[in-house]
Design a protein around this ligand. Structure first.
Ligand SMILES: *Cc1c(COP(=O)(O)O)cnc(C)c1O
Length: 373
């Protein structure tokens, strides 16, 4: 790695060597024997991938589908949830823009309503404020938002949702690869490869519990999602691969599986502790700088650290930090409009240190923020 201080694992992280070797190696192999034979050589590894992801998500291999992004996973799952006029969909205040738009579109189409669940005084979803009845068909639960450090409760929400038969769709984009999800209770989960998991871009996964799948209506099925059994007949698959398409990037999928293996080998508990230590140090250091305000909410916090300066606008601060060798990003209002509107924020600088960032680098980054602010 270069001298760059990389604080953007919430955006698109840096894949470790085994991931890159897997992707590049497979592309090379395709140039030697063609895509079909190259894939056939790796059939067992591709198959084993379902088990690897199942370990990561605390589910069964039959409940895992590979996709090309978290958004694809989310759209696929959401579109399969039957919704009608009068149905209610609950969302958190930190709902992600890419989920909110399709939700609003479907509300328009079906007459279902989208309702935002209030947060508690820490800024996390307020479990006591969940207003549930049989009309609630879905709770869209963002585990860790794109624009801040908080971690939303999951198991309590799922337990309450079960009492009225509502499904919980967990957006684990920002928690996969930094938080141990194996004991997490949800009906459906989406994740991306490129963030904390350190996988290739253009990869993602969807988990749908076996008993939940039977309540859904998959809409975009091709001839691998369902078998074309007769001239006028087809038979959908009886596992989560009913949500996959026949075609995918084999190199990227192998890369994603390698990334998941890499994270599991390091241990998600170890990763969570190391990320937490770096984020805490960064947050405390930033809070001590005059003119800098840490914007994170939440009692339980993740590796995402957000802040603003009272002198330099977020975009300019980010640009100056890039020039100074510190990779951060800016999170904008339209990514989390409910939350940012409520807090009166347009933009925040987002820094997200993974375990591979040293404590010295965190301190150097703080010093550069201090020079720039
Ligand atoms: C990044 C992100 C997504 C979307 O992931 P893609 O890989 O771009 O599809 C969804 N939800 C949250 C909370 C995110 O941070």
């Amino acid at each position: 790695m270069s001298d760059l201080i990389f604080l953007d694992s919430a955006g698109s992280s840096i894949p470790p060597a085994p991931v890159v070797d897997e992707v590049v190696g497979h592309l090379r192999r395709e140039t030697e024997i063609g895509g079909y034979r190259a894939a056939a050589e790796r059939r067992d590894d591709l198959e084993a991938g379902y088990g690897v992801l199942a370990e990561l998500f605390g589910c069964e291999p039959s409940e895992v589908a590979f996709t090309d992004s978290a958004t694809r996973s989310w759209l696929t799952a959401f579109d399969a949830v039957p919704l009608a006029k009068g149905d209610r969909v609950l969302v958190t205040e930190v709902e992600y823009g890419g989920n909110a738009v399709p939700m609003l579109r479907r509300a328009e189409e079906t007459g279902a309503t989208i309702e935002v669940v209030p947060s508690d005084r820490h800024g996390q979803l307020d479990v006591d404020a969940l207003d549930l009845d049989e009309r609630v068909k879905l709770i869209s639960l963002v585990h860790v938002p794109t624009n801040g450090g908080l971690v939303n409760p999951v198991n309590e929400v799922t337990a309450k949702a079960r009492e009225v038969g509502a499904l919980v769709l967990l957006d684990a984009c920002q928690s996969t690869g930094q938080i141990d999800l194996s004991g997490t209770d949800y009906d459906m989960l989406v994740c991306t490869g490129r963030k904390w998991l350190r996988g290739p871009r253009g990869t993602g996964a969807l988990v749908v519990r076996d008993d939940v799948r039977r309540r859904l209506r998959p809409r975009l099925m091709d001839h691998s999602a369902a078998e074309w059994t007769d001239l006028d007949r087809f038979e959908p698959r009886d596992d989560a691969r009913v949500f996959e398409l026949w075609e995918f990037s084999v190199a990227d999928r192998l890369g994603l599986i390698a990334a998941a293996r890499y994270a599991l080998a390091k241990g998600l508990d170890v990763i969570e502790a190391e990320v937490g230590e770096r984020a805490r140090r960064l947050r405390e250091g930033l809070a001590a700088l005059p003119g800098i305000t840490v914007q994170d909410l939440g009692e339980r916090r993740s590796g995402i650290v957000t802040f603003t300066s009272d002198r330099v606008p977020p975009m300019e601060l980010k640009d100056r930090l890039w020039d100074d060798g510190v990779a951060v990003t800016v999170s904008q209002r339209a990514s989390t409009r409910f939350d940012m509107t409520r807090r009166g924020l347009d933009e925040v600088v987002r820094a997200s240190p993974h375990y591979f960032v040293t404590l010295e680098e965190v301190d150097q980054a703080l010093e550069r923020v201090s020079r720039t602010r």
